[in-house]
Design a protein around this ligand. Sequence first.
Ligand code: FES
Length: 217
Amino acid sequence: MERFCLTKKKTIRVNENTWIVFFEEQLDFSPGQFIMLETPKLVRKPFVLGYWEENLAVSIQVKGKGTKWIVEEAKKIKGHGPLGNGFRRDGKGLLIISPTCLTMARAFEKKMNVDILVGSKSPVLFPLGYETVVGDENFLKKLSDLPEYDWYLVSGSRGMEEVCWEHLKGEEVYFSLEEYMGCGIGACKSCAVFTKNGVKHVCADGPIFRGDELCWS
Ligand code: FES
């Protein structure tokens, strides 16, 4: 795992609480991998790697002091990574994502044959260049009417994962999981999830898992 320092270039706001943060530097990574970024009290937070306007970028939902600091104040940010396993799949895929995964979608587009569907709870502030559905009701309607793809990958909130699983059960569907993370390398066990193959760690075994491997309650 590499340690590095990223220089924040600019930010753009996507919706009520989500921003895209651009960096000056580039990193070599595979779609699906993530980095841990350090915030002032040395709390590390995971963000899936991606691009926007050809810059290395991450999408960030502001939830607390650490994410607010990254979006509003940080100039240089210490990071670790790339972490986790990259994802590779042939055939035509559909990525179903929340705005917090927009930059990840760009990384997938560069390497795989994918369409992108964005589901946002609140209105988006500029055209994203992808089909975008706003509000839960419209999102559910869209899910009921999805065209056939060889595979699907869902990356968003737990609620989004659950409704997508309900609609796509039986298809080849993957989920990029977001769990609380401490170390990012399989040492602290804080990102454990139960799967049909035993306990797995999102940072080291994932972050992407097949839907039929996960335990859904
Ligand atoms: S974050 Fe420490 S084991 Fe996954």
